[in-house]
Write a protein that binds this ligand. Structure first.
Ligand code: 9Z3
Length: 361
């Protein structure tokens, strides 16, 4: 979710003070310490081998409306870009730390987890009651299985989940700080669809937001009297249903998520190579917004994409270079292709017309 601010007034960067405030006001995910320990082992192991390591972020972040969360705001991202790119990075020799939205697509299993590609459709019953791959699918399945096993057995892939925007930011900050000793061998590939708005904890309801006043007598006897007399008769023309009293509506008031990219570039990972993604829906502003982001945060590459065409075209925007569009034939995009050694394309979902070498990024 990326807002277009018509005035182009930059939202405030997250100063060190604001950073401390954000991370102390928004509680960390309950598994953060466990994730940090796993990430540290993984990073140390690959640092000792002198290997390049990429942090791939993938999938959407939720915006909880309640502390004990029943409802949340979400976005469209399935994690296809992140999961696909992770396979290409592995193919190119990178160790991959895959920070993804819980239950979004994962490298390798993504080939068999869409509703249209359910793994059960690829299996059949053998004569002896065993379960085997269908003949027509066995070749590709074996290829994916071997790649998956190789990554797992060589400890090349660490998969860590997040759910909410604050989980994501806590995880991102902790992991990128751990990656600092890798210096330029650390690559950050930020493909997660990160919410720009959130409900700050001081305005977040502890319990499920109520849609009726049925519980008022138990919970808020006094408040109920005030609400009934004052609010139930309050109407406004805020939207197209002015006949609904305000007390019966859910009006969601969101704050901007502090811009963390500056802190990441300057503080959390000053030597790492940083690739961010910019998503827009309006083609007229995509490149401008990507360039604006690059100028503002001074990192290495912004990959721009449009919601409608993201599966087959992206634009690379990098300092001192002309914009570079990478396109794959539409009918080849997202066919579930696995990377081949010949084509370690990074940003596109399948092989690009102009394969890119990650070393050249
Ligand atoms: C992207 O633009 C990704 O390419 C997509 C991938 C989310 C479109 P799918 O998961 O989609 O394959 O369905 N990510 C957006 C990254 C983002 O939100 N960037 C923020 C920003 O530009 C923070 S770095 O402000």
């Amino acid at each position: 979710m990326i807002p277009h601010t018509p005035s182009e007034t930059p939202p405030p960067n997250l100063s060190a003070l604001a950073e401390d405030h954000y991370f102390s006001a928004n509680p960390p995910p309950k598994d953060l310490e466990k994730h940090i320990a796993l990430a540290k082992d993984f990073i140390d192991f690959h640092a000792a081998a002198g290997r390049r390591l990429v942090l791939v972020t993938s999938g959407g972040t939720t915006v909880p409306l309640e502390k004990q969360t029943v409802r949340f705001i979400d976005n469209f991202s399935a994690g296809t870009r992140g999961a696909t790119s992770a396979e290409y990075f592995l193919e190119a020799g990178y160790a991959v730390l895959f920070l993804h939205r819980q239950f979004s697509l994962l490298p390798f299993s993504r080939h068999y987890s869409h509703a249209t590609d359910c793994f059960l459709d690829f299996l059949r019953e053998g004569p002896d009651g065993s379960v085997i791959a269908r003949d027509e699918d066995a070749g590709k399945m074996l290829h994916v299985l071997r790649k998956y096993r190789e990554a797992r057995d060589k400890k090349m892939l660490l998969v860590l989940p997040f759910v909410s925007i604050s989980d994501y930011l806590h995880e991102l900050r902790s992991i990128t700080r751990l990656m600092r000793p890798l210096g330029p061998k650390a690559l950050l590939y930020l493909a997660a669809a990160v919410s720009d708005f959130f409900v700050p904890p001081e305005r977040m309801s502890e319990h499920k937001i109520q849609s009726t006043d049925a519980a008022d007598s138990v919970l808020q006897a006094k408040k109920k009297v005030a609400a009934a007399t004052e609010e139930e008769e309050t109407f406004d023309n805020f939207d197209s249903s002015p006949k609904v009293p305000r007390s019966k509506r859910l009006v969601v008031d969101l704050d901007p998520v502090p811009k963390f990219l500056k802190n990441l570039v300057e503080g959390w990972s000053p030597e790492g190579m940083i690739v961010s993604f910019k998503l827009e829906t309006d083609p007229a502003i995509l490149v401008h917004k990507a360039r604006y982001s690059l100028d503002r945060y001074q990192h290495h590459l912004v990959i721009g994409n449009l919601l409608a065409t993201r599966k087959w075209e992206v634009v690379f925007v990098s300092p001192g270079n002309p914009d570079k569009w990478i396109r794959v034939p539409r009918n080849k995009a997202l066919t579930g292709a696995s990377p081949s050694t010949a084509s370690p394309a990074l940003a596109a979902e399948t092989q690009s017309d102009e394969p890119l070498d990650p070393k050249s990024l």
